[in-house]
Every structure is written in structure tokens, then in C-alpha cells.
Design a protein around this ligand. Structure first.
Ligand code: ZN
Ligand code: FE
Length: 255
């Protein structure tokens, strides 16, 4: 693998990632909520920031863009559909694009739902997915600018990636997500076991992110709207997956 990925916890529950491509020495910051802790960590590591990769326009993902750009002269890459809402954007990318970052390549997916222009970056060779606020460990983002059908389609795209993909999402929401997932009453021993592991990790003060996409496929209710067991558990046996997804999302909004 050619990427060295470091996780920086900032604000209440955000994760910013520093990603170094080892062959070229290129260093990307994914979704800098803030600048100072990111610049400090790069300095401590002796890494020179060359890129910012943004997934969407929310302040807790782009708040550090301009200060980091001023300090480093880095290139800001972000969603084409959201050009006007990404501070300092220089390179706009969208669905199907392959963005070369040093010797690595990020494949870009449009994943609307949380916001209309949300994108995800998949480093196929390194099994790393940076998905912002679209897919969380055991959860998904709120639908601020999209419909359940859009979000279900977006999550289905991500679900099609290999089980070994590590899901680098932007928030530590996992423990609350686990409580919600259990509340749905689905018969799912994998979920019960995972919830116990999550509680243990949090009790030790450890992050639960990244998670493995394979585990998300088995346990994340938002990836399981086409599972008959989950549909029955929420009283929608034989309903279309989009309807099941919408019901699960609706329940989470008021959980
Ligand atoms: Zn967001
Ligand atoms: Fe966020």
C-alpha cells in the first residue's frame, strides 16, 4: 500500500485525515474542519501539505480550507456540483473521474443525499474510502438536500465496493448509531456483537473509525434496506427498499 493515513480528531466529533502518498511525498488533507490542528500535525510529522480533498460544502468539512491554502499553497479539490460553495476550490471533480494524487489515484463518486453535491473518494489500490457524511459506521448522513431515493442510490454505489474497503467517515457517531440500529429489532447477531465491540472500544477511549465495508454491509441498517429481515422488523415486509430506507432514516431523525 502506498498511502499513510493519519486521523486527527477535531471539534466535538469530527475526523480530519492526513493522507501521504509515499512515492511522491504528496500529502492531502481530507475535509479540514479547522486549520490549526491539521497544520500542527503535518508539522509534527514533517509532511508538506499539497492538496485538500473536500467531500461537501458544510463548514465542519471546509472550515480550514483557506487558512491551510494560505499556509501551504496547496491545491483544493472538491465536488463539481458544489463549485460555488467550496472555499478556494481549484479543481472540480465528479462521478467517474479519476484524480491522480501523487502516484495514487482517487476514483470519484457522486453521492447526493446529505448534500446535493456530495462526493466520495475511493483509493482502490489502498482499499480506502473517504465518504464524508454520506456513509458512517453503522449510520448515514441526514438528508439535508436530498431524497431517500437519492441517498439509497448513493449508499448502494458505495455498498458495491469490496468488503476489505476501510470506511474513513468524517464523524465519530458510531456508538449512538449502534444504539439506534439495535432499536430496530432486527434479528442480527453480527450487529449485536459489533455493538459490544464498539462499546468496549469507546470505553478504552479508542476510535471506531475506520470500519470495514464488509462489516457495514452486514450490520449497518442504512445499507440493508433490501434485506427482508430488516424490512419486516420495521413493519414493511415486501415493501420496496427505498420505502424501507426512508422509514429507517425517518426513525433515526427522531431517535
Ligand atoms: Zn455534513
Ligand atoms: Fe459533518
Amino acid at each position: 500500500m502506498s498511502l499513510d493515513i493519519r486521523q486527527i480528531p477535531v471539534l466535538n466529533d469530527n475526523y480530519v485525515y492526513l493522507v501521504r502518498e509515499e512515492e511522491s511525498g504528496a500529502v492531502a488533507v481530507v475535509d479540514p474542519a479547522v486549520a490549526e490542528p491539521v497544520l500542527a500535525e503535518a508539522e509534527r510529522l514533517g509532511w508538506r501539505i499539497t492538496h485538500i480533498l473536500n467531500t461537501h460544502h458544510h463548514g465542519d468539512h471546509v472550515g480550514g480550507n483557506l487558512d491551510i491554502q494560505r499556509a501551504t499553497g496547496c491545491t483544493i479539490v472538491g465536488p463539481r456540483a458544489d463549485r460555488a460553495r467550496i472555499p478556494g476550490i481549484q479543481v472540480a471533480v465528479g462521478d467517474g473521474d479519476a484524480y491522480d494524487f501523487g502516484a495514487a489515484t482517487a476514483r470519484v463518486f457522486d453521492v447526493p443525499g446529505h448534500t446535493s453535491g456530495h462526493i466520495a473518494y475511493w483509493f482502490e489500490e489502498d482499499d480506502a474510502l473517504f465518504c464524508g457524511d454520506t456513509l458512517f459506521a453503522l449510520g448515514c448522513g441526514r438528508l439535508f438536500e436530498g431524497t431517500p431515493a437519492q441517498m439509497w442510490a448513493s449508499l448502494s454505489k458505495l455498498r458495491a465496493l469490496p468488503d476489505a474497503v476501510r470506511v474513513y467517515c468524517a464523524h465519530e457517531y458510531t456508538q449512538a448509531n449502534a444504539r439506534f440500529a439495535l432499536s430496530l429489532g432486527e434479528e442480527n447477531p453480527d450487529l449485536a456483537a459489533r455493538a459490544r465491540e464498539i462499546d468496549a472500544a469507546r470505553a478504552r477511549g479508542e476510535p471506531t473509525v475506520p470500519s470495514l465495508l464488509g462489516a457495514e454491509k452486514r450490520t449497518n441498517p442504512f445499507l440493508r434496506a433490501d434485506d427482508g429481515g430488516l424490512a419486516a422488523a420495521v413493519g414493511l415486509a415486501a415493501a420496496p427498499p427505498v420505502q424501507v430506507f426512508a422509514e429507517v432514516r425517518r426513525r433515526k431523525d427522531s431517535f
